[in-house]
Design a protein around this ligand. Sequence first.
Ligand SMILES: [Zn+2]
Length: 257
Amino acid sequence: MINRNGTIAAIKVLNESGIPDLRDFSLDDLVFGRGAVVQYEPIEGAEGRIVFDGEDAIITVNANLENIGKKRFVLAHELAHFEMHKNLLPAFADDDKTLNDWHTKGEHELEANDFAKEILMPENSFKPLCQGKFSMQLIKTLSDTFQTSLTATLLRYKDLGSFPVGVVYIEKGIVRWAQFTNDFKLQFIPNNSKVPVNTVAYDFFYNKIPLSNEPEKVYAIDWFPNDFKLKYNQDWSFNEQCFRIKSDAVLSCLWGQ
Ligand SMILES: [Zn+2]
């Protein structure tokens, strides 16, 4: 059964606070109102940390995190531990791995990320704004509206949007993970494989071609060389657009014409 605890806890917090979403309400104020003190300080080796003291807690967000959306996601994630996991452990430190490795972490981390997604981009507010055709401009607009990182916004769009899309995370020229909407025609790119040739991401990493602000047409067979469906559909193509999320990492978005 799918664990919806994180989502349900976030909806409860919004309801109890009397707000539909955080578009006109500060996340820091919300956290403070729930009983936790927030501080921003440099932390070595972790993105956020929570220390419980009875019913109260101090949440520290790493002040060195590069973007406001990322800081908000970390704060929302720590708020989840405060709301949901108070009784489990006296202190949590969250590093890049627990927050970003969306596939392989424990139940509490998944719950905290689900909570963060729902509280920052509540389904009821977000979904109506992400109907219609995919574009990176739409993702940027949503990211500005909800003050979320492009990565988090894109993954939320993948879950709630109406248009088939694939998202591939590539670090140092190697595919780390790929996620697709259920209605995307092709579904499998192996993790830890070299990014395939003749793709925008390949050109960026291996041919040093700068990223463009416009999508480019790529052939499906180049991204999915082993997919049997493409054996007789070699002319299938889609749009690819990459954006940088770290000095050595990009997200590549794939979507239909
Ligand atoms: Zn955590």
